[in-house]
Design a binder for this molecule. Structure first.
Ligand SMILES: Nc1nc2c(ncn2[C@@H]2O[C@H](COP(=O)(O)OP(=O)(O)O)[C@@H](O)[C@H]2O)c(=O)[nH]1
Ligand SMILES: [Mg+2]
Length: 499
């Protein structure tokens, strides 16, 4: 996945890096400032961290495997994830244990076989880092969590700590809700805390309704799954949209678990007596009990890897003319809806990675200003720097992203037409694209269009509630900055230039 961004979007992170190195060099810098600035610089240079959260058994680890593209996270009906595990890119596969003091100890274990005893007391383990040489992880770090309301209290505490630490640890979260378990209000408490702690930094939360295949009583599960997803979104303020997903199918096709053996068994099943086939597909129990076609082990394997819904989809594809395993896998992939989720992650998180990291780093500097251990001189100096940065127009993308996150989460609303214009204004490839004029437009055209769009946001700001007005004001300022850049490019001669 490549992420394109207009240059202005990379400015905030550049400014933050500058502040980090100034902090290290500064004559007044005390040891605390130097150390924290170095830590902030390190985390600012990492890919975005996306935490996968939700209840135990919701399908979090299954989703992690689907997104990583390998079966690395242990999954299962009994609690399978003992630690907070960060999956990240590495030149070679290896595992580190990071303790609560930040010390790193290599763990002699395969990435997919992490024991629950990792050699140091569980209460001393902060998290585990699994390095994998896979391109899926070049632009994000995925954080699997034991889950809220874990069987063991200290595991829940670990998850809560991760989500509650003012966003210092994660940049975005995927909240996984289980279509199978009903939606209990109390399970959202920790999620709400996370949202509250991240609101100022425009924390992005993507909702997922997993196990979509279990909805709908054996018929097409999607209408019911989508209905559940909508009611989950309504019950979870701040999440905006919840995406229904068949996590199991997503894992099977993405993590290379759809084998030729499974494809062969599906072909055998497809060619069986129609009546037997129909009866088998009525329910998982019937499928397990009918041994006219495949042996029990093979039927079990099909159910485990595809679920009854996946078997139905595959047989539908074969009936429709799919002949190769690849074609069946394509049908399963489409049915899982994993690509839709990837697109949401790309659009909402990865495309804004640089701004998200800058916002998080700025938050960390502000937290440092409140830390009692920081020396007085350093505090005064850093306070001035942060204040100056906050007022710097080059930091405007951070505000834009906060506003966009509010729009996505439903915390603030704009009329459809302005909402589309705003999303484009923040996410466009360059200034011309951002205001919706052709890439070859001259600066004069860009200026005029930016003025006109800014005017529309200004008019709206006067007419609406304070939240939406704030959004409109941020957008108007974006337009103003585009006008100024275009004018600067036009130069004193007024000659044409690239818009
Ligand atoms: N039917 C069905 N089962 C699923 C799906 N996703 C996960 N599961 C099962 O749910 C159980 C719990 O999954 P897991 O990912 O370990 O949950 P976690 O505790 O949230 O990490 C496992 O047995 C999975 O196979 C799905 O989309 N459909
Ligand atoms: Mg798990």
């Amino acid at each position: 996945m490549t992420v394109e961004s207009h240059d202005a979007a990379d400015e905030p992170l550049r400014l933050i890096r500058e502040l980090c190195s100034q902090s290290a060099d500064h004559a007044n810098a005390d040891a605390v400032l130097a150390a924290r600035a170095a830590a902030i610089a390190r985390s600012a240079s990492e890919p975005v961290r996306i935490a996968v959260t939700g209840r135990v058994n919701a399908g979090k680890s299954t989703l992690v495997n689907a997104l990583v593209g390998q079966h690395v996270a242990r999954t299962g009906p009994v609690e399978a994830t003992a630690h907070v595990i960060r999956y990240r890119f590495g030149q070679f596969d290896h595992v580190d244990v990071v303790d609560v003091d930040g010390r790193r100890v290599p763990l002699r274990a395969a990435p997919d076989a992490i024991p629950s005893d990792v050699g140091i007391p569980a209460t001393r383990v902060d998290h585990i880092e699994v390095f994998l040489s896979t391109r899926e992880l070049t632009d994000m770090i995925l954080v699997d969590t034991p889950g809220l309301e874990s069987l063991t209290e200290d595991r829940s505490v670990r998850t809560t700590r991760l989500l509650g630490s003012a966003g210092a640890d994660v940049d975005a979260a995927i909240v996984v809700l289980d279509a199978d378990s009903g939606l209990v209000a109390q399970q959202h408490r920790v999620v709400e805390n996370y949202l509250a702690s991240r609101e100022a930094a425009g924390g992005t939360v993507v909702g997922v309704l997993s196990k979509a295949d279990t909805a709908g009583d054996g018929r097409d599960p999607w209408p019911d799954a989508e209905k559940l997803a909508r009611s989950a979104a309504a019950a979870l303020p701040g999440v905006g949209t919840v995406h229904a997903l068949c996590t199991l199918l997503a894992e099977t096709v993405s993590a290379g678990l759809f084998t030729q053996a499974l494809a062969d068994d599906l072909a055998t099943l497809a060619a069986s007596v129609p009546r037997t086939r129909t009866i088998m597909l009525l329910s998982a129990d019937r499928f397990t009990a009918t041994d006219d076609v495949l042996d029990a082990e093979r039927r079990g394997r099909l159910l485990e890897r595809l679920g009854l819904y996946g078997v139905r989809v595959a047989l539908g594809a074969i009936d429709g003319g799919a002949t190769s395993a690849t074609e069946v896998a394509d049908a399963l992939r489409a049915a899982s809806r994993i690509d839709e989720l990837r697109e949401v992650l790309r659009r909402r998180v990865l495309a804004h990675a640089s701004t998200i990291k800058a916002a998080a780093a700025l938050d960390q500097f502000e937290a440092l200003l409140r830390a009692p251990e920081l020396g007085q001189d350093a505090r005064l100096w850093l306070g001035d720097q942060v204040e100056e940065l906050r007022l710097d127009p080059r930091l405007h993308p951070v505000l834009e992203h906060e506003a966009l996150a509010a729009l996505w989460s439903g915390a603030a609303r704009l009329p459809e037409e302005l909402s589309v214009a705003f999303e484009r204004l923040v996410g466009g490839a360059d200034d011309a694209d951002r205001i919706g004029v052709s890439a070859t437009a001259d600066p004069r055209t860009v200026t005029a269009a930016a003025r006109e769009l800014g005017g529309r946001f200004r008019t709206h700001a006067f007419r609406t509630n304070p939240r939406a007005a704030w959004l409109a004001v941020v957008a108007e300022r974006s337009c103003l900055l585009i006008t100024q850049r275009a004018r600067a490019r036009r130069g004193p001669s007024g000659g044409p230039g690239r818009g």
